[in-house]
Design a protein around this ligand. Sequence first.
Ligand SMILES: [Zn+2]
Length: 61
Amino acid sequence: MEKPQYVKLTVEGSKKTKWICGCFLTEDDYFKFCDKHNAALKKAVLAQIDELDMTLVINEG
Ligand SMILES: [Zn+2]
């Protein structure tokens, strides 16, 4: 069974939940998504960004 390389970059001890695809949730409730789901979620968020009613940053810094 082959393992994706990015798994090596993570800290095993801090993971609360881990999925077989590579996604995981840390003890700090930080979600890290695998490449496949990261792309899918980004697409989903961008598709619904208007419904989130967020305010754009006009002046940064
Ligand atoms: Zn995933």
